[in-house]
Design a protein around this ligand. Structure first.
Ligand code: ZN
Length: 382
């Protein structure tokens, strides 16, 4: 088979939403898809079989973290990332670019790449397009990402102009350095901030390079919901209809639904697990904080009707106790619920598009309005 196949099954008549399936050498995933994030080679606290039981079919790991520790050669010596993560299905690795720009203490950004101080041991490390490809080739994920420059959301336009130019030159270097094009699909990343003409220029040049899939980067970094929707409306139609489209690092259910309507197929975000570890549970009625005192004697599950392991077996009162007692099971159970919440949302989105009522779904389903709103019960303390 070719390295990656995308089949589009049906499209929505009222929006650009579509249902499809991506086939990789390690199996398939249905789109629109949400990929849970396993930053350090593990989805924190959750066994792979439990991740699979939530309905997740493709997961993500971070190149930046794994190259610094344990190092890509160690992962390769231990088999590859599928063996390392005990995940036989599809895996995507990012390029390391976003983490270098957002997490690290950067020394120099130049045409060659980015030189930064490792957050693990303080050593000076250089990440270049060639190095990102070598690391991702060694890790062995099914989908790998081009190394791009990710300017801050509010960077001046001139910075975005320079970053688009560099992102395009780096994308060409990534294609040239990709050593396993027969086994791993390399996606290009569209940058350009909130400037439509820069997004269009970046998209056109990447499309001319004929990638098997395309990502939209540099969103959900503080530009706001309306600006994000505008960038998607301007950019997604410029990407080929027969390739998967991936919106990186997004987001809240509201953002995902809006992006699906714009024609995006793939998503990843740390929200379900990061918030889950902090006792923040997603529910259709809005987020709840399980440390809140109102849950002390609450015998109900996190969300009535949820079929996840946490909701089938545990009361909110018990989960609240686990958080206050510092028990591992608290973060585990809420992470599990949140991942299942996201997977239920995605499967309901796919079903709604396939059945021809996605427009009604996004107007009426309360989950489609869940954004970074203040927590409803925050004032109750606890
Ligand atoms: Zn649940």
């Amino acid at each position: 088979m070719c390295v990656l196949k995308f089949e589009k099954f049906s499209g929505d008549t009222t929006s650009a939403a579509r249902v499809g399936r991506v086939t990789t050498r390690h199996g398939i995933f249905d789109t629109p898809a949400f990929m849970p994030v396993g930053t350090q080679g593990t989805i924190k606290g959750i066994l792979p079989e439990q991740v699979a039981a939530t309905g997740a079919q493709c997961i993500l790991a971070n190149t930046y973290h794994l190259m610094l520790r344990p190092g890509e050669t160690v992962v390769a010596e231990l088999g590859d990332l599928h063996r390392f993560m005990a995940w036989p299905g599809p895996i995507l690795t990012d390029s390391g670019g976003f983490q270098v720009f957002s997490l690290s203490d950067i020394n120099v950004i130049d045409e060659e790449g980015v030189t930064f101080k490792s957050h693990v041991d303080g050593s000076i490390v250089q990440l270049t397009p060639e190095r990102s490809m070598a690391v991702q080739n060694a890790l062995g994920a099914d989908i790998i990402m081009a190394f791009d420059e990710c300017p801050p959301a509010l960077a001046p336009r001139e910075y975005h102009v320079a970053a688009v130019g560099r992102t395009l030159r780096w994308a060409q270097r990534c294609v040239a350095a990709h050593g396993r094009a027969d086994a791993q699909a390399l996606f290009g990343i569209v940058q350009g901030g909130t400037h439509p003409e820069l997004r269009a220029q970046c998209a056109a040049k990447l499309v001319a390079m004929d990638f098997p899939g395309y990502a939209i980067g540099g969103l959900a970094v503080g530009e706001g919901f309306e600006a994000m929707k505008q960038v998607l409306a301007d950019t997604v139609p410029l990407l080929p209809d027969d390739r998967p489209r991936y919106l990186m690092g997004v987001g809240f259910p509201r953002d995902i639904v809006a992006a699906v309507a714009a024609g995006v197929d793939m998503f990843d975000c740390v929200l379900p697990t990061r918030n889950g570890r902090n006792a923040y549970a997603f529910t259709a009625g809005g987020p709840i904080r399980l440390r809140n005192s109102r849950f002390v004697s609450e015998n109900a599950p996190i969300e009535a009707g949820c079929d996840c392991y946490a909701c089938r077996h545990f009361s909110c009162g018990a989960i609240r106790h686990f958080f206050f007692a510092g028990e591992m099971l608290g973060p585990i159970l809420v992470s599990l619920h949140n991942i299942r919440f996201y997977q239920r949302l995605m499967s309901d989105i796919r079903r709604a598009i396939g059945a021809g009522w996605f427009d009604e779904f996004r107007q009426t389903d309360p989950r489609c309005r869940l954004g970074p709103a203040p927590v409803a019960d925050a004032s109750a303390g606890g």
